[in-house]
Design a protein around this ligand. Structure first.
Ligand code: MRU
Length: 392
């Protein structure tokens, strides 16, 4: 029995696949919601029942406290994105869409459309999903009378959320084939993935990107273990660890600098990371430290994949380091560590501190891009093979 056949069988047995589905035909398959907190399914973001606000999980409080916040104005949403109550490129895009809708409820004029676009876009510079969602929202209301704009914006914001979930499920299905292949080559060994930052369900509306293949593999009974890089300074690894614990997936937290050591010792089969912006040449901009993981992976012959929904691809960029705005955040995030019970200052108060949010991993260090349309090489040709409509 091939690994992929046994994956299909176990998924069917677990009720995750519609009858008749196989890994090969997984595009038509259905999966339940992933976001699971103490056994209850939900999405990370949703319009309030009366449609006049948006409910989010306040990620600043995790993993120690699970708190839902209700945001009622566009400026509330802008603040939540800027201060990382919500974070992760797909979720930032979805949140901005809901913020845009709240702006239309307050004032549907042309001036308000432009103001909402401007204010929300200014919150964080790096994730392509933010501009993508805002351009889409603006497009959805321009050309229709102001009194119908709020309803149109609500529909579009909800659709962006639904689409994000579908995209991420497809990424999971395509990425599953990579994990099945690792398992097929060495069925007696656990599959060791290394990931960086958080690209699980918390960073999206649901299902995650880089962690999506792992959720499905775990459901299917594949012996999965995840090395979770701590990801200083905001310690998004704590979010990944919390999610994996909610899922019951075996994992181990490591400090960021331990990745290379584990790779040298043969303890990592595959690295899978998320992305905030990918150039049309396949360069991957992701959370600071991804580049160092990619260098270590290359030196040790370990594949590194980026899981990338289409709104993350910036087709206006040809490649290289120059075009991507790299966020620099408040030095205070580096100086102070916030724990469950207290905050600790780490460095001499007089020492200058720099806080870069992202780095760019050149395409030559990326083994492939996992998208909702399939897996391709990290190159212009590779991306165009999946998105031919983007070719000249
Ligand atoms: O600064 P953050 O926490 O918003 O950065 C998040 C990341 O870098 C993620 O890896 C990326 O957005 C991919 S999310 C699925």
């Amino acid at each position: 029995v091939s690994a992929s056949t046994s994956v299909s069988r176990s998924l069917r047995a677990a009720g995750q696949f519609r009858p008749g589905c196989s890994v090969a035909s997984a595009a038509k398959c259905w999966y339940p919601s992933r976001v699971k907190v103490d056994g209850t399914h939900r999405r990370t973001i949703a319009a309030s029942p009366d449609g006049r606000a948006v409910d989010i999980i306040d990620q600043r409080r995790l993993p120690h406290h699970f708190v839902i916040e209700r945001l009622t104005t566009m400026l509330d949403v802008a603040r939540a994105i800027r201060e990382m109550w919500v974070r992760g490129a797909p979720l930032i895009g979805a949140a901005a869409a809901h913020g845009f809708h709240l702006a239309m409820l307050e004032d549907p004029s042309d001036a308000s459309v432009e103001r909402a676009h401007r204010e929300l876009l200014a919150t964080r510079p790096t994730a392509n999903n933010l501009r993508w969602a805002l351009d889409d929202m603006r497009q959805s209301v321009l050309g229709i009378p102001p009194d119908r704009r709020a309803a149109a914006a609500a529909r579009r914001a909800n659709a962006i959320g639904d689409e994000d979930v579908a995209i991420n499920q497809a990424i999971g299905r395509h990425g599953l084939k990579l994990l099945s292949e690792v398992h097929r080559k060495n069925p007696s060994k656990r599959i060791d993935i290394l990931t960086h930052c958080n690209a699980g369900w918390l960073a999206t509306v649901d299902f995650g990107t880089a962690l999506a293949p792992g959720y499905i593999a775990h459901d299917a009974g594949l012996p999965l273990h995840v090395w979770v890089a701590e990801t200083r300074p905001r310690v998004q690894g704590a979010l990944t660890a919390w999610e994996l614990a909610q899922e019951g997936i075996p994992h181990t937290v490591i400090v960021d600098n331990a990745g290379g050591h584990l790779m040298q010792r043969g303890r990592v089969d595959l690295c899978i990371v998320g992305a905030d912006r990918v150039t049309s040449a396949g360069d991957v901009c992701n959370k600071i430290g991804t580049y160092l993981k990619a260098l270590a992976a290359k030196d040790n012959g370990i594949p590194l994949y980026a899981a990338v929904p289409y709104p993350t691809i910036d087709w206006t960029l040809d490649g290289g380091l120059d075009g991507i705005p790299i966020e620099e955040r408040d030095p205070e995030e580096v100086r102070t560590v916030h724990g469950a019970d207290q905050s600790v200052r780490l460095f001499p108060p007089g020492s200058p501190v720099a806080n870069y949010g992202f780095d760019v991993t050149p395409a030559r260090l990326v083994s492939g891009i996992i998208t909702e349309r399939g897996v391709c090489r990290a190159s212009r040709e590779g991306l165009l093979s999946l998105y031919p409509e983007r070719g000249g």
